[in-house]
Design a protein around this ligand. Structure first.
Ligand code: SF4
Length: 240
């Protein structure tokens, strides 16, 4: 029997894919992003509130069917692809019921099982931490090569993809790096949107609760002016 380890549920999500969505945060992540605001999702063996089969999660989602009819479901985390069997079976049930499926992933776990989840996935929100291996390692502890291979797989399979990138002062907040990323992902036909997300400090309290040091101590959140400037610059580039 497949049992998913679920960190938390959000029945009216509006930022993780189109429309109103039932968002499920799965437990477990192999990365250690310096800015992570969900360190409580890292450990896949943690004792969590919900340990459900895909059918149990699906039944819960169906209680909100009328609210999510113009949206769908999103699996996020943590890294949802740490639990590929659960993701695949849950998405299969959603597909069967005509519910739009999206997964928010960094694409860092790349194998046959994780790729098989894509058979039932309508949209991928792909988090690219950085294109440059050394910088990526600084940001998340991994060189990020699997993420780029994952994007190639999405292109081959023709799965709609939104790119997400967190802009962090002192790490990735650099026009040249952002332009390179924009140009790199713009070559992919499946990429329909790029989301530039500002670094924020809303999860810092969790580090204290978990007895962990916060790697970006003292780094100020990215200002709203700066993120607007970045978004405008990239929109203008796209219209060139
Ligand atoms: S991939 Fe997401 S959950 Fe994992 S460490 Fe990075 S920000 Fe946190």
């Amino acid at each position: 029997m497949i049992i998913g380890k679920i960190h938390s549920l959000e029945s009216f999500g509006t930022v993780d894919g189109p429309g109103i969505r039932f968002v499920t945060f799965l437990q477990g992540c192999p990365l250690r992003c310096a800015y992570c605001h969900n360190p409580d999702t890292w450990c896949v063996d943690a004792d969590v509130k919900y340990q459900w089969t895909p059918r149990q999660l699906f039944d819960e989602v169906m209680r909100y069917k009328s609210f999510i009819k113009s949206g769908g479901v999103t699996l996020t985390g943590g890294e949802p692809l740490m639990q590929p069997d659960f993701c695949r079976e849950f998405f299969r049930l959603c597909r069967e019921a005509g519910v739009h499926t999206a997964i928010d992933t960094a694409g860092s776990v790349l194998n046959e099982k994780t790729l098989s989840v894509l058979d039932f996935t309508d949209l991928v929100l792909l988090d690219i931490k950085a294109l440059q291996p050394e910088l990526c390692k600084k940001v998340c502890g991994s060189e990020g090569r699997n993420t780029l291979r994952f994007l190639d797989e999405l292109e081959q399979r023709g799965i709609e993809t939104w790119i997400r990138h967190v802009v962090v002062p002192g790490l990735t907040d650099d026009d040249r790096l952002l332009d390179e990323l924009f140009e790199y992902v713009s070559r992919y036909k499946v990429v329909s949107k790029i989301e530039w997300l500002p670094y924020h400090t809303m999860g810092v309290f969790k580090y204290k609760d978990l007895g962990l040091n916060y790697p970006l101590e003292g780094v100020e959140p990215l200002s709203s002016e700066r993120i607007k400037e970045i978004r405008k610059r990239q929109i203008d580039k796209g219209e060139d």
